[in-house]
Design a protein around this ligand. Structure first.
Ligand SMILES: NC(=O)c1ccc[n+]([C@@H]2O[C@H](COP(=O)([O-])OP(=O)(O)OC[C@H]3O[C@@H](n4cnc5c(N)ncnc54)[C@H](O)[C@@H]3O)[C@@H](O)[C@H]2O)c1
Length: 380
């Protein structure tokens, strides 16, 4: 297959590129490094700097011998994306090229608009290319479980059957984002659904929960791991907690800690991408999967980290701080995630050894941790 990976330099994009190369596909990696430049502007750094793209391309070519190229393209520029799309002729496009930070999107109007503009334009431009050059191309788009918010009813996988005045119809499950980032993902989903309905495109939209971990297979080369962010703007909760534990600062639990979300290991996230590639949406079909494997409250995650790290003599403290986000502190949460399991997903569960494995990686690079940028600054 010819697979285009948009956002290939990111936390998920690089491991996906390695994983797809390992399966013998021809890969075109695309990224404009906007994430790295925003991180620089905000003085945030990943735990470890990635090797240069040239070094990583060489690694991929040597290890897998298949054809792999990289283009520094801004997906929000239609002409540029079109030029590579029509030349490469992908069978599948995996679309990660978005700004995925809720705190970043809520810093101010400029950052909010950049998030909306970048994410919507990238999605719109990809759809335009597929519609114009190859309607058969399968779009695999990363959405987020955050699109659903925290409704007081079970969260179905994408669709909800509604009975009203004795009539029944199926609608997209109601969405209610809690940041402009999440709202941009809702708008992406709407755009995709519009084009599927009108032009019979083939789309898989993966509603993913927060991803954790650093390893993506059982034989990763430690020099080629993904970027790992732990800071207040670009980090995700479990990765950040582990970093806090390693540097001996209390794990900052926002609000009451009762907020429940669905989580997924990076390895499982890649398995889901493979399952989506192997089971493509049919023409005119929008397949939506809830891509998480376990549900936990923030308190449960924090306690898991504390218990796991006591095994390696790290004494972890927990600290509740006032919630910098507007979100329900206590709520019902029960999301379905049956569809990936039915396709064959066997999940890596969040056990103590997984947490210890990530912590050992973090401990190796402890000297790089900047404690100044862990506590939340963005409030909304
Ligand atoms: N990591 C998670 O926990 C998580 C959870 C749910 C959903 N997601 C979704 O998965 C996708 C990937 O997430 P990630 O954690 O790898 O993010 P990331 O920020 O690490 O990677 C995204 C990459 O896309 C690139 N990019 C952004 N806009 C671009 C543009 N206009 N043109 C070219 N490249 C562009 C960035 O430079 C970056 O390298 C995102 O769409 C995100 O919303 C991630």
């Amino acid at each position: 297959m010819k697979i285009m990976i948009l956002g290939s330099e990111g936390y998920m994009g690089w491991p996906t590129s390695v994983n797809q190369c390992s399966q013998g596909h021809e890969i075109l990696m695309i990224d404009n490094n906007i994430k790295k430049s925003l991180m620089r502007n905000h003085k945030r750094k990943p735990l470890v700097n990635q090797k240069s793209i040239n070094a990583r391309l060489l690694y991929l070519k040597k290890r897998f011998k298949n054809k792999v190229t990289f283009s520094n393209i801004d997906c929000s520029n239609l002409n540029k994306l079109e030029s590579v799309f029509k030349k490469f002729k992908p069978d599948t496009v995996i679309h990660y090229a978005e700004l995925p930070s809720a705190p970043y999107s809520m810093i101010g109007s400029k950052e909010g608009w950049l998030t909306l503009e970048n994410n919507l334009k990238s999605t719109f431009n990809l759809i335009s290319c597929v519609k114009k050059y190859n309607k058969d191309c399968h779009i695999i788009k990363l959405g987020t479980m955050g699109e659903y918010g925290t409704p007081n009813i079970d969260i179905e996988e994408g669709w909800l059957s509604v009975k009203h005045n004795k009539r029944i119809d199926k609608f997209m499950y109601p969405r209610q984002g809690s940041s402009l980032y999440h709202t941009s993902k809702i708008m992406d989903t709407d755009l995709l659904w519009f084009y599927v309905r009108l032009y019979e495109l083939r789309v898989t939209d993966l509603m993913q929960g927060p991803v954790y971990g650093i390893y993506y297979s059982d034989n990763d080369d430690s020099k080629y791991l993904p970027t790992f962010s732990y800071d207040d703007i670009f980090g995700t909760v479990l990765n950040r907690f582990i970093v806090q534990a390693v540097v001996g600062i209390p794990l900052t639990i926002y609000g009451t800690g009762h907020q429940i979300r669905g989580y997924i290991n990076l390895k499982d996230s890649l398995k889901c991408i493979n399952l989506a590639i192997k089971n493509p949406a049919k023409k005119g079909q929008m397949e939506i999967y809830n891509q998480f494997t376990e549900q936990y409250s923030v308190n449960q995650i924090a306690k898991k980290v504390r218990n796991a790290l006591s095994r390696i003599n790290i004494n972890v403290k927990l600290q509740k701080i006032s919630n910098p986000r507007i979100e329900r502190n206590k709520h019902y949460y029960n999301a379905r995630n049956d569809k990936m399991k039915k396709l064959g997903l066997h999940a890596e569960l969040l056990d103590e050894s997984t947490i210890v494995e990530i912590a050992e990686y973090v401990m190796k690079h402890k000297a790089n941790i900047d404690k100044k940028f862990i506590k939340p600054r963005m409030k909304w």
